[in-house]
Design a protein around this ligand. Structure first.
Ligand code: MMA
Length: 171
């Protein structure tokens, strides 16, 4: 076997293998926003269950703060204290399947879209647009991460399967 044939076969093997071991459910979108603030991640919170509610603080210009309920547990609040706190509860078994928004140095707008066709806009229409959606069919928003200070500087969205071993979640 020539060196070339050997290398070609080796490459082919690596490509086939890489395809076989790729995850088929997790994907991420972002990060959207500027470089300031302190990092946060709700990665561990997803173990408390699916996202069931959100609190979003907005002022005239920015998305100021965020708190997310996973199963029956609220995450820590991140962000500042100006503006008004808004709260939405998802229906049992309902999930967020798309988030669009706008940002510049900070996060200006968020629009959450659910798999029951409901959508919830927060904040102000100004800046660069983004459209975040899961890569794999049937997956949903499982947790968020980002950076915050006196407002939300930046945000990322992490998608995966809806948790199945969760009797309290209606699925
Ligand atoms: C703070 C500080 C910054 C951050 C802004 C906006 C006022 O400064 O944490 O790093 O960019 O808040 O969140």
């Amino acid at each position: 076997m020539s060196c070339f044939t050997f290398l070609a076969l080796l490459c082919c093997g690596i490509i086939i293998n890489a395809e076989a071991i790729q995850p088929r459910s997790s994907s991420s979108s972002g990060e959207y926003g500027g470089g300031g603030g302190k990092r946060f991640s709700h990665s561990g919170n997803q173990l408390d269950g699916p996202i069931t509610a959100l609190r979003i603080r907005v002022n005239r210009w920015y998305i100021v703060g965020l708190q997310v309920r996973y199963g029956k547990e609220w995450s820590n609040y991140v962000g500042g204290s100006s503006g008004d706190l808004e709260e939405i509860f998802l229906h049992p078994g309902e999930s967020i399947t798309q988030v669009s928004g706008k940002y510049k140095s900070y996060l200006n707008k968020l629009m959450l879209v659910t798999d029951k066709g409901r959508f919830f806009p927060f904040g102000r229409d100004s800046g660069t647009s983004f459209n975040a959606a899961p890569l794999y069919p049937g997956t949903v928003l499982r947790y968020i991460s980002g950076s915050s200070g006196s407002v939300i500087d930046a945000i990322s969205f992490h998608w995966d399967n809806y948790p199945t071993n969760c009797p309290s979640c209606g699925k």
